[in-house]
Ligand binder design. Structure first.
Ligand code: ADP
Length: 215
């Protein structure tokens, strides 16, 4: 299975991709995670990427394509992968094709997770990570007991640097202007599968695996 995940920030791409990864042993390749690691490690690449990420803009295509080409060439991608957050504009989608050709592969599906704007805003502004366990929580949606358990264990609720309102608004604008055209791009090539991304995580996962013919 070679899959691309499309969807607005907060649509749940990362969460669903992680479940697929765990169940089907497919590597999940998140450009956002790879870039955040580079920023944290203070590499030259991370330094170049940081300002764009903090502003909610896209990092330049050359940086992201370099990361992706290197990652896809690793042996664990030989039998499939999930791309989460890449491609994010038309030129990245076009550039992906020769990268895949070089390793003798092609995409099986592009999955779009559809979520209404008001829900996206709550998911993003409310998103926190427990500093103790790494568990993802949401101050609007998580059961109070889970939030209390993090605090009781001495954890802090950490907000991602780009999850503040100004940056979120820009990430959504960038999504509409640059990433949404990919829906048409993958629809034309017959690869698009649209999934309702609202409601319970388990239900979304069931719709996803159903649409991919995995259950
Ligand atoms: P989200 O989908 O929630 O916005 P990600 O973790 O996928 O978050 O990405 C965070 C940030 O990393 C983006 O706002 C952007 O600055 C950068 N980024 C991630 N993937 C790409 C990409 N394919 N092209 C350019 N920038 C990217």
């Amino acid at each position: 299975m070679r899959i691309v995940f499309l969807g607005a920030p907060g649509s749940g791409k990362g969460t669903q991709a992680q479940r697929l990864m765990a169940e089907f042993k497919l590597p999940q390749i998140s450009t956002g995670d790879l870039l955040r690691e580079a920023v944290k490690a203070g590499t030259a690449l991370g330094k170049r990427a940081r300002a764009a990420m903090d502003a909610g803009e896209l990092v330049t295509d050359d940086i992201v394509l370099g990361i992706i080409a290197e990652r896809l060439a690793q042996p664990d991608c030989a039998h499939g992968f999930i791309l989460d957050g890449f491609p994010r504009n038309l030129s990245q989608a076009r550039e992906l094709e020769p990268v895949l050709q070089n390793i003798g592969q092609s995409l099986d599906a592009a999955v779009l997770l559809n979520v209404d704007l008001d829900i996206l805003m709550k998911r993003l502004t409310g998103r926190r990570t427990c500093s103790k366990t790494g568990k993802l929580l949401n101050v609007y949606f998580s059961p109070q007991a889970e939030i209390d358990a993090c605090l009781a264990a001495g954890g802090e609720l950490i907000q991602r640097a780009d999850d503040n309102e100004a940056t979120i608004a820009n990430r959504l604008k960038v999504y509409r202007e640059q990433t949404e055209p990919l829906i048409d791009y993958y629809s034309r090539s017959g690869l698009l599968k649209t999934i309702g991304g609202e409601g319970d995580m388990q239900d979304v996962y069931a719709r996803l695996t159903g649409a991919l013919g995995l259950c």
